[in-house]
Design a protein around this ligand. Structure first.
Ligand SMILES: Nc1ncnc2c1ncn2[C@@H]1O[C@H](COP(=O)(O)OP(=O)(O)OP(=O)(O)O)[C@@H](O)[C@H]1O
Ligand SMILES: [Mg+2]
Length: 273
Protein backbone atom coordinates (compact mmCIF):
# COMPACT_ATOMS: atom_id res chain seq x y z
CA UNK A 1 0.00 0.00 0.00
CA UNK A 2 1.32 3.45 -0.89
CA UNK A 3 1.81 5.70 2.07
CA UNK A 4 0.97 9.36 1.79
CA UNK A 5 4.16 11.36 2.23
CA UNK A 6 3.99 13.18 5.52
CA UNK A 7 6.48 15.72 6.71
CA UNK A 8 6.44 15.90 10.49
CA UNK A 9 8.64 18.97 10.57
CA UNK A 10 6.44 21.29 8.50
CA UNK A 11 2.91 20.03 9.11
CA UNK A 12 0.23 22.33 10.48
CA UNK A 13 -0.72 22.02 14.19
CA UNK A 14 -3.47 19.47 14.82
CA UNK A 15 -6.89 20.98 15.34
CA UNK A 16 -8.90 18.43 17.33
CA UNK A 17 -11.03 21.18 18.84
CA UNK A 18 -13.80 20.87 16.25
CA UNK A 19 -14.73 17.30 17.27
CA UNK A 20 -18.00 17.10 19.15
CA UNK A 21 -17.51 13.37 19.62
CA UNK A 22 -15.04 13.90 22.44
CA UNK A 23 -14.21 11.12 24.88
CA UNK A 24 -11.83 13.23 26.96
CA UNK A 25 -11.70 17.03 27.20
CA UNK A 26 -9.29 18.93 29.38
CA UNK A 27 -9.61 22.71 29.57
CA UNK A 28 -6.82 24.62 31.26
CA UNK A 29 -6.25 21.77 33.72
CA UNK A 30 -3.63 22.46 36.38
CA UNK A 31 -2.62 20.17 39.22
CA UNK A 32 -0.45 21.47 42.05
CA UNK A 33 0.86 19.43 44.96
CA UNK A 34 1.89 21.14 48.16
CA UNK A 35 4.69 19.31 49.93
CA UNK A 36 7.19 20.12 52.69
CA UNK A 37 9.59 21.26 50.00
CA UNK A 38 7.12 23.67 48.44
CA UNK A 39 4.53 23.53 45.69
CA UNK A 40 5.00 21.31 42.65
CA UNK A 41 3.08 22.15 39.50
CA UNK A 42 2.55 18.68 38.03
CA UNK A 43 0.31 19.97 35.22
CA UNK A 44 0.04 23.56 34.06
CA UNK A 45 -2.88 24.73 31.91
CA UNK A 46 -3.41 21.55 29.87
CA UNK A 47 -5.85 21.76 26.96
CA UNK A 48 -6.56 18.43 25.30
CA UNK A 49 -9.31 16.72 23.34
CA UNK A 50 -9.35 13.01 22.53
CA UNK A 51 -12.15 11.90 20.24
CA UNK A 52 -14.21 8.78 20.89
CA UNK A 53 -12.39 5.72 19.61
CA UNK A 54 -9.08 7.58 19.55
CA UNK A 55 -5.73 6.21 20.66
CA UNK A 56 -3.53 8.85 22.29
CA UNK A 57 -0.03 8.05 23.49
CA UNK A 58 1.66 10.30 26.06
CA UNK A 59 5.40 10.79 25.96
CA UNK A 60 7.68 13.01 28.02
CA UNK A 61 10.51 13.06 30.55
CA UNK A 62 10.08 11.64 34.03
CA UNK A 63 8.04 13.96 36.22
CA UNK A 64 6.28 15.81 33.37
CA UNK A 65 2.86 14.78 34.66
CA UNK A 66 1.88 11.83 32.46
CA UNK A 67 0.58 9.70 35.33
CA UNK A 68 -1.07 12.74 36.91
CA UNK A 69 -2.92 13.44 33.65
CA UNK A 70 -4.24 9.85 33.55
CA UNK A 71 -5.21 10.07 37.21
CA UNK A 72 -7.19 13.26 36.55
CA UNK A 73 -9.26 11.71 33.77
CA UNK A 74 -9.70 8.51 35.79
CA UNK A 75 -11.08 10.53 38.74
CA UNK A 76 -8.22 9.53 41.05
CA UNK A 77 -6.77 13.07 41.29
CA UNK A 78 -8.84 16.27 41.20
CA UNK A 79 -7.51 19.20 39.15
CA UNK A 80 -6.49 22.21 41.25
CA UNK A 81 -8.02 24.39 38.55
CA UNK A 82 -9.57 23.96 35.11
CA UNK A 83 -12.06 21.35 33.98
CA UNK A 84 -11.82 17.69 33.01
CA UNK A 85 -14.68 16.04 31.16
CA UNK A 86 -15.04 12.40 30.23
CA UNK A 87 -17.75 11.42 27.72
CA UNK A 88 -19.30 14.84 28.18
CA UNK A 89 -19.58 14.71 32.00
CA UNK A 90 -17.53 14.60 35.16
CA UNK A 91 -14.82 11.91 35.39
CA UNK A 92 -16.51 10.69 38.60
CA UNK A 93 -19.72 9.98 36.66
CA UNK A 94 -17.81 8.01 34.02
CA UNK A 95 -16.05 6.10 36.76
CA UNK A 96 -19.25 5.19 38.59
CA UNK A 97 -20.83 4.06 35.30
CA UNK A 98 -17.73 1.83 34.93
CA UNK A 99 -16.84 3.47 31.65
CA UNK A 100 -13.17 3.51 32.67
CA UNK A 101 -10.64 0.69 32.76
CA UNK A 102 -7.13 1.26 34.14
CA UNK A 103 -3.96 -0.76 33.54
CA UNK A 104 -0.90 0.07 35.63
CA UNK A 105 2.79 -0.62 35.08
CA UNK A 106 2.57 -3.54 37.47
CA UNK A 107 -0.23 -5.99 36.68
CA UNK A 108 -1.21 -6.08 40.41
CA UNK A 109 -3.09 -9.38 40.28
CA UNK A 110 -4.38 -11.06 43.42
CA UNK A 111 -1.99 -14.00 43.96
CA UNK A 112 -4.59 -16.26 45.58
CA UNK A 113 -7.03 -15.99 42.70
CA UNK A 114 -6.76 -17.82 39.39
CA UNK A 115 -6.39 -16.01 36.08
CA UNK A 116 -10.14 -16.33 35.49
CA UNK A 117 -10.96 -15.11 39.00
CA UNK A 118 -8.67 -12.12 38.58
CA UNK A 119 -10.33 -11.17 35.31
CA UNK A 120 -13.83 -11.34 36.83
CA UNK A 121 -12.86 -9.54 40.06
CA UNK A 122 -14.25 -6.12 38.99
CA UNK A 123 -17.67 -7.74 38.50
CA UNK A 124 -17.75 -8.75 42.17
CA UNK A 125 -16.54 -5.42 43.55
CA UNK A 126 -19.15 -2.67 43.74
CA UNK A 127 -22.06 -4.56 42.21
CA UNK A 128 -20.69 -5.49 38.80
CA UNK A 129 -21.07 -3.98 35.35
CA UNK A 130 -24.31 -2.05 34.78
CA UNK A 131 -26.79 -2.90 32.07
CA UNK A 132 -25.45 -6.37 31.32
CA UNK A 133 -22.27 -4.96 29.88
CA UNK A 134 -20.08 -7.63 31.46
CA UNK A 135 -18.07 -9.41 28.82
CA UNK A 136 -17.44 -13.10 28.68
CA UNK A 137 -14.12 -13.61 30.52
CA UNK A 138 -13.23 -16.63 28.38
CA UNK A 139 -13.58 -14.58 25.22
CA UNK A 140 -11.45 -11.82 26.75
CA UNK A 141 -8.72 -14.28 27.69
CA UNK A 142 -8.80 -15.56 24.13
CA UNK A 143 -8.61 -11.96 22.86
CA UNK A 144 -5.39 -11.38 24.81
CA UNK A 145 -3.92 -14.74 23.83
CA UNK A 146 -4.45 -16.57 27.14
CA UNK A 147 -7.07 -19.18 26.24
CA UNK A 148 -6.37 -22.29 28.28
CA UNK A 149 -4.78 -20.42 31.19
CA UNK A 150 -8.02 -19.80 33.11
CA UNK A 151 -7.08 -22.00 36.07
CA UNK A 152 -3.45 -20.91 36.38
CA UNK A 153 -2.32 -18.70 39.27
CA UNK A 154 -0.39 -15.44 38.75
CA UNK A 155 2.91 -16.92 39.99
CA UNK A 156 2.76 -19.46 37.15
CA UNK A 157 2.72 -16.70 34.51
CA UNK A 158 5.43 -14.58 32.92
CA UNK A 159 5.35 -10.79 33.33
CA UNK A 160 3.89 -10.37 29.84
CA UNK A 161 1.15 -12.91 30.56
CA UNK A 162 0.30 -11.14 33.82
CA UNK A 163 -0.02 -7.86 31.95
CA UNK A 164 -2.38 -9.52 29.48
CA UNK A 165 -4.50 -10.73 32.39
CA UNK A 166 -4.67 -7.16 33.68
CA UNK A 167 -5.74 -5.94 30.23
CA UNK A 168 -8.49 -8.59 30.13
CA UNK A 169 -9.53 -7.54 33.65
CA UNK A 170 -9.66 -3.88 32.59
CA UNK A 171 -11.95 -4.81 29.67
CA UNK A 172 -14.40 -7.02 31.63
CA UNK A 173 -16.97 -4.25 32.15
CA UNK A 174 -16.77 -3.15 28.47
CA UNK A 175 -15.28 0.21 29.44
CA UNK A 176 -15.53 2.93 26.84
CA UNK A 177 -12.13 4.22 27.92
CA UNK A 178 -8.92 2.43 28.75
CA UNK A 179 -6.15 4.31 30.55
CA UNK A 180 -2.79 2.55 30.51
CA UNK A 181 0.23 3.79 32.47
CA UNK A 182 3.45 2.24 31.15
CA UNK A 183 1.83 -1.20 31.04
CA UNK A 184 4.66 -2.85 29.10
CA UNK A 185 7.60 -0.95 30.61
CA UNK A 186 9.05 -3.97 32.40
CA UNK A 187 8.85 -6.40 29.48
CA UNK A 188 11.48 -7.56 27.00
CA UNK A 189 11.29 -6.00 23.55
CA UNK A 190 9.94 -9.04 21.71
CA UNK A 191 7.11 -9.53 24.21
CA UNK A 192 6.43 -5.83 24.14
CA UNK A 193 6.24 -5.80 20.33
CA UNK A 194 3.79 -8.68 20.40
CA UNK A 195 1.61 -7.04 23.04
CA UNK A 196 1.69 -3.77 21.07
CA UNK A 197 0.23 -5.56 18.04
CA UNK A 198 -2.30 -7.37 20.22
CA UNK A 199 -3.37 -4.15 21.90
CA UNK A 200 -3.97 -2.51 18.52
CA UNK A 201 -6.07 -5.51 17.49
CA UNK A 202 -8.11 -5.20 20.72
CA UNK A 203 -8.51 -1.46 20.13
CA UNK A 204 -9.71 -1.99 16.56
CA UNK A 205 -12.13 -4.72 17.57
CA UNK A 206 -13.62 -2.97 20.61
CA UNK A 207 -13.61 0.70 19.60
CA UNK A 208 -12.34 1.60 23.08
CA UNK A 209 -10.76 5.05 23.50
CA UNK A 210 -7.22 4.52 24.78
CA UNK A 211 -4.80 6.86 26.56
CA UNK A 212 -1.43 5.15 26.88
CA UNK A 213 1.65 6.43 28.74
CA UNK A 214 5.07 5.22 27.65
CA UNK A 215 8.75 6.14 27.81
CA UNK A 216 9.41 4.49 24.47
CA UNK A 217 9.36 6.75 21.42
CA UNK A 218 8.83 3.68 19.20
CA UNK A 219 5.89 2.46 21.24
CA UNK A 220 4.30 5.93 21.28
CA UNK A 221 4.65 6.23 17.49
CA UNK A 222 3.55 2.69 16.73
CA UNK A 223 0.41 2.70 18.88
CA UNK A 224 -0.88 6.25 18.74
CA UNK A 225 -3.24 7.96 16.35
CA UNK A 226 -1.74 11.00 18.02
CA UNK A 227 1.26 11.46 20.29
CA UNK A 228 1.06 14.04 23.07
CA UNK A 229 4.49 15.32 24.04
CA UNK A 230 4.65 16.83 27.51
CA UNK A 231 7.42 18.99 28.91
CA UNK A 232 8.41 18.97 32.58
CA UNK A 233 8.55 21.53 35.42
CA UNK A 234 5.86 22.57 35.06
CA UNK A 235 4.09 19.76 33.15
CA UNK A 236 2.69 21.28 29.98
CA UNK A 237 1.83 20.37 26.39
CA UNK A 238 4.83 20.67 24.13
CA UNK A 239 3.26 19.32 20.96
CA UNK A 240 0.42 17.11 19.75
CA UNK A 241 1.71 15.09 16.81
CA UNK A 242 -0.71 13.30 14.45
CA UNK A 243 0.34 9.84 13.28
CA UNK A 244 -0.58 9.09 9.68
CA UNK A 245 0.38 5.44 9.41
CA UNK A 246 -1.87 2.95 7.61
CA UNK A 247 -3.78 0.30 9.49
CA UNK A 248 -3.54 -2.46 10.52
CA UNK A 249 -0.09 -1.61 11.84
CA UNK A 250 2.53 -4.31 12.00
CA UNK A 251 5.88 -4.16 13.78
CA UNK A 252 7.72 -4.39 10.44
CA UNK A 253 6.26 -0.97 9.63
CA UNK A 254 8.86 0.53 11.95
CA UNK A 255 11.38 0.21 9.14
CA UNK A 256 9.42 2.38 6.70
CA UNK A 257 10.69 5.92 5.95
CA UNK A 258 7.43 7.38 7.28
CA UNK A 259 7.90 5.71 10.65
CA UNK A 260 11.58 6.63 10.85
CA UNK A 261 10.77 10.27 10.08
CA UNK A 262 8.04 10.32 12.74
CA UNK A 263 10.37 8.84 15.35
CA UNK A 264 13.13 11.30 14.60
CA UNK A 265 10.66 14.19 14.86
CA UNK A 266 9.43 12.92 18.25
CA UNK A 267 13.02 12.50 19.42
CA UNK A 268 13.93 16.06 18.41
CA UNK A 269 10.93 17.52 20.25
CA UNK A 270 11.59 15.32 23.28
CA UNK A 271 15.11 16.66 23.53
CA UNK A 272 13.64 20.11 24.17
CA UNK A 273 11.08 18.96 26.79
N1 LIG B 1 0.79 12.74 45.29
C1 LIG B 1 1.78 13.57 45.00
N2 LIG B 1 2.30 14.41 45.93
C2 LIG B 1 3.30 15.27 45.62
N3 LIG B 1 3.85 15.38 44.41
C3 LIG B 1 3.39 14.57 43.45
C4 LIG B 1 2.34 13.62 43.69
N4 LIG B 1 2.10 12.95 42.53
C5 LIG B 1 2.95 13.45 41.62
N5 LIG B 1 3.72 14.41 42.16
C6 LIG B 1 4.75 15.21 41.46
O1 LIG B 1 4.17 15.68 40.27
C7 LIG B 1 5.08 15.62 39.18
C8 LIG B 1 4.51 14.78 38.08
O2 LIG B 1 4.43 13.44 38.52
P1 LIG B 1 3.92 12.26 37.58
O3 LIG B 1 3.94 11.02 38.39
O4 LIG B 1 2.63 12.64 36.96
O5 LIG B 1 5.06 12.24 36.46
P2 LIG B 1 5.27 11.20 35.26
O6 LIG B 1 5.37 12.01 34.01
O7 LIG B 1 4.26 10.14 35.32
O8 LIG B 1 6.73 10.64 35.62
P3 LIG B 1 7.33 9.16 35.33
O9 LIG B 1 7.67 9.15 33.87
O10 LIG B 1 8.56 9.13 36.17
O11 LIG B 1 6.31 8.15 35.73
C9 LIG B 1 6.39 15.09 39.76
O12 LIG B 1 7.22 16.17 40.03
C10 LIG B 1 5.96 14.41 41.06
O13 LIG B 1 6.98 14.49 42.02
MG1 LIG C 1 4.33 8.07 35.67
Amino acid sequence: MALAAFDYETREPTAMEGHSEAAVELTQVSVRFTTERGTITALDGIDLTVRKGGFLTLLGPSGCGKSTLLRVVADITKPTSGSARVLGGAPSAARSRRDIGFVFQDAALLPWRTVLENVTLPLEVGGGAPGGRARNPHELLELVGLAGWEKAFPHELSGGMRQRVSIARALISSPKLLFMDEPFGALDEITRDRLNEELLAVWERTGTTILFVTHSIYEAAFLGQEVLLLAARPGRVKELVPVNLPSPRKIAMRETPEFVSLVSHLRRVLETC
